[in-house]
Design a protein. Structure first.
Length: 312
């Protein structure tokens, strides 16, 4: 679990504040113990390579595997996507969106859409499709709102990461995908909480407990799915505010900054200069408070277009 410091505690508390006023329910010792046992069992399970995410479309994983194989031809990806009409429609929608197709020239062929978007954006669109399918699954209706909230946060983190990555040698589209997947551990925990026979209740009163476990669980899930080591490590270290990786700045620096700024974007106080001064990744990226606010303004303008492009 990540080390804690003053900045980390302040940011986590801010992120966990309820959207409406009122008393926050305090979890009982029995509930905390049950949740901790459940989280420990999940962590052990995924660390052994046993990833079980009910209702998650396996086509997303198959597409990723095909796209990452250097010996694979585009035609194989087209066949896999074409077998899932809803996903095919989503990719065409994304490829024809204003943000990814500024020329406005219509794209009607799936092969052209996949080629135009590139591997990372195809995977991002597929992930958006998967989350939308999870939200529509009757068995997961009880976590529909938390899933929507997580997706909104993930989209903001992804957009910020894409902008910040352009200041580095990190591929901007890969940074976008990393941001989109930064909460995969939380998604895994939520889905497993309401599926199967276990009855552990994990709600807002246990967010802090979940927050300490979801990065490592997310890392294990991404490793199992075959994502790059750099992306998996970034997800694992997203709360490491004293991170000091190798020069130049890497995926982890970009994601740490993306997560912090996305949380700042959701709160009236906005960017906290103290966080920028104390969190190492801001220094490694040479980001000043003024530049951070500029990144957030740019992101806020992009969010609507991204939602439309990804169909969520």
């Amino acid at each position: 679990m990540p080390m804690r410091d003053a900045s980390a505690d302040r940011i986590r508390q801010q992120a966990a504040q309820p959207a409406v006023s009122g008393k926050t329910r305090v979890a009982s010792p029995q509930e905390r113990a049950g949740a901790l046992t459940f989280l420990q069992s999940l962590a052990t399970e995924v660390s052994k390579g046993n990833v079980n995410l009910p209702c998650f479309p396996d086509v997303v994983i198959r597409i990723r595997q095909v796209l990452e194989d250097p010996n694979t031809r585009v035609g194989q990806a087209v066949r896999i996507v074409g077998a899932e009409p809803r996903l095919a429609a989503r990719l065409l929608q994304t490829a024809n969106s204003a943000i990814f197709n500024p020329s406005g020239k219509p794209i009607t062929e799936l092969r052209t859409a996949i080629t135009r978007l590139g591997n990372r954006l195809v995977q991002s669109s597929a992930m958006a499709f998967a989350v939308q399918q999870l939200r529509l699954t009757p068995a997961l209706r009880s976590i529909g709102k938390p899933l929507k909230s997580l997706w909104e946060e993930s989209l903001a983190v992804a957009a910020i990461c894409q902008v910040v990555a352009r200041r580095t040698e990190v591929n901007a589209d890969e940074a976008f995908l990393t941001g989109l997947l930064h909460g995969i551990g939380r998604l895994y925990i939520m889905v497993r909480t309401v599926s199967g026979s276990q009855t552990t209740r994990i709600d807002s009163s246990l967010l802090e407990l979940i927050d300490g476990w979801h990065p490592s669980i997310g890392k294990a899930v991404l490793e199992n799915w075959g994502f790059s080591e750099a992306m998996a490590e970034a997800v694992a270290n997203q709360h490491q505010y004293d991170y000091g990786g190798k020069r130049p700045p890497d995926h982890t620096d970009v994601l740490v900054v993306g997560v912090v700024l996305a949380q700042a974007m959701r709160h009236p106080a906005g960017v906290c200069d103290a966080d920028i001064a104390t969190i190492t990744s801001f220094k490694r990226l040479a980001l000043t408070p003024t530049e951070c606010r500029s990144v957030l303004r740019h992101t806020e303008h992009q969010i609507g277009a991204l939602r439309s492009a990804l169909g969520c």
